[in-house]
Design a protein around this ligand. Structure first.
Ligand code: NAD
Ligand code: ZN
Ligand code: ZN
Length: 441
């Protein structure tokens, strides 16, 4: 089958970029060889969404450790054979030595598995099912919760599975869904009614759920809201916050394409970041975390808040500040902006991600005496957030589906990439042009 992978035996993390299109054996369920397969399903993937985290893997600026270490760990136990091998050969040819060729997109590999199938936002149909799986059947249309939780740790046992101690993430620490078929534990599978949610939208349930989780951290009814970062999840949040009754929503975003889209989604106003927008994907090293991309004002210290932006935001709130601010970009300066823009006693929701230490630039005494509450949001609450997401998507009167398909996916105009047309250049171009796009398998 065709899949997009990071293949450690072909590419060095530090010097490479992008995903490799390969031809690898389809996943199998073989309960005789692996009893745990009884708890798995195999999906035929229809659509998979590309998100900020995937861009981080593409540019090698995120998830290095999680991907490389998990590949090493997995390769101790998993052996694969060449694409022409039979299913049982594929998992039993233990002694074979790795040899791979990415030429022409065919990954002819034997020996130890050295790749990770990328992708954690996907939707498709169950085609095979393990004997111990309950409540699901072949032919069911499903999306996946990307966090594979242990169900045993303290948090899992106390209603906080989203912060499981032992979680694994599809497409990062275990194989994901940028492939024609995906083998996933049945516990992550979420049944979707395709008569109510169109498949392209169904493929966005996972990231939309991120926004639903963030928006339900505090009550937004009647609140003034500022969103820092209008990437796909910041845009989803705009839709949800409006639906939850926020009285006003102001965005801060450097990319004019994203700002325009957020306006079509009903955001009240977007403050552009004045530093020239440098598409971070254009050049290697010019990644999302590069100081040149973050730097603005304040003598050019990359982590500091942006006083001009804060002044403008304060003016909008008549000097009070916002009831709730959301950091949806994952930059140190943006975190400081979100803190500085919150009113005394307000709430700051931290959602964006970036590896490394962050600096808080406000006087600590003042920060504490401001009495703000900082909330960190990880993933989605399982399954509470998914139930809310389903309700918002299935109910046509919310306009959620329409906004997701007509505005964010531009009715599919240039936002859906058939896997047969994949090239690195085309993928790169789509990442530049579209805040959100889907791969069709
Ligand atoms: N907490 C979680 O569970 C979780 C889950 C998924 C993604 N994330 C993270 O959430 C963030 C948003 O995800 P996404 O897929 O929308 O990402 P994205 O990278 O596509 O979008 C980020 C947006 O922020 C904008 N931006 C860049 N610098 C900015 C700045 N200084 N101030 C304001 N905006 C700025 C970018 O132009 C872009 O539109 C990412 O950091 C992602 O890694 C967190
Ligand atoms: Zn994602
Ligand atoms: Zn757990």
């Amino acid at each position: 089958m065709k899949a997009l992978v990071f293949n450690k035996s072909n590419f060095d993390w530090e010097t490479s970029r992008g995903f490799e299109l390969v031809d690898i054996p389809e996943p199998v369920l073989d309960e005789k060889k692996n009893v745990d397969d009884a708890n798995y399903v195999i999906m035929k993937v229809h659509y998979a969404g590309v998100c900020g985290s995937d861009k981080g893997i593409w540019t090698r600026t995120a998830f290095r450790g999680a991907i490389l270490n998990s590949i090493d760990e997995e390769s101790k136990n998993t052996v694969i054979a060449s694409p022409s091998a039979t299913e049982s050969e594929a998992i039993s040819s233990k002694e074979k030595i790795a040899s791979s060729s990415a030429k022409g997109g065919l990954l002819a590999m034997t020996g130890k598995k050295a790749y990770r199938i990328i992708g954690h936002e996907f939707f498709g149909e169950i085609v095979k099912i393990g004997s111990r799986v309950k409540g699901l059947g072949v032919g069911d249309f499903v999306a996946c919760e990307s966090h594979v939780v242990c169900n045993k740790c303290y948090q899992c046992l106390h209603g906080q599975k989203e912060v499981c101690t032992n979680e694994k993430i599809l497409g990062i620490s275990v194989d994901g869904g940028f492939a024609e078929f995906a083998k996933v534990p049945a516990q992550v599978v979420w049944k979707t009614d395709t008569s109510k949610i169109r498949p392209e939208v169904a493929a966005m349930q996972e990231p939309f759920g991120n926004a639903v989780h963030a928006a339900t951290k505090v009550d937004l009814k009647g609140k003034s809201v500022a969103i820092f970062g209008l990437g796909p999840i910041g845009m989803f949040l705009t839709i949800v916050a409006k639906g939850m009754g926020a009285s006003s929503i102001i965005g801060v975003e450097p990319n004019p394409i994203a700002a325009d889209m957020a306006k079509k989604l009903g955001i009240d106003y977007v403050i552009p970041l004045n530093n020239p927008f440098q598409p971070p994907l254009l050049q290697r090293g010019g990644d999302l975390g590069s100081p040149s991309f973050q730097k603005r004002g304040q003598g050019g210290v990359p982590y500091e808040h942006d006083q001009e932006v804060i002044d403008e935001l304060k003016k909008i709130t008549k000097g009070v500040g916002f009831d709730v601010t959301f950091e949806m970009a994952g930059f140190n300066s943006s975190v400081n902006n979100a803190i500085a823009a919150a009113r005394r006693g307000g709430d700051v929701i931290l959602f964006g991600l970036k590896n490394g230490q962050f600096v808080l630039d406000e006087d600590y005494n003042k920060l504490v005496m401001k009495g703000i509450s900082l909330h960190a949001v990880a993933g989605r609450q399982i399954w509470k957030t998914w139930e809310t997401t389903r309700r918002l998507m299935e109910d046509i009167s919310t306009g959620v589906q329409e906004k997701l398909f007509n505005v964010i996916l531009d009715r599919g105009n240039g936002t859906i990439l058939p896997i047969s047309e994949y090239t690195k250049e085309r993928f790169e171009e789509m990442m530049q042009k579209h805040p959100k796009f889907l791969i069709q398998f």
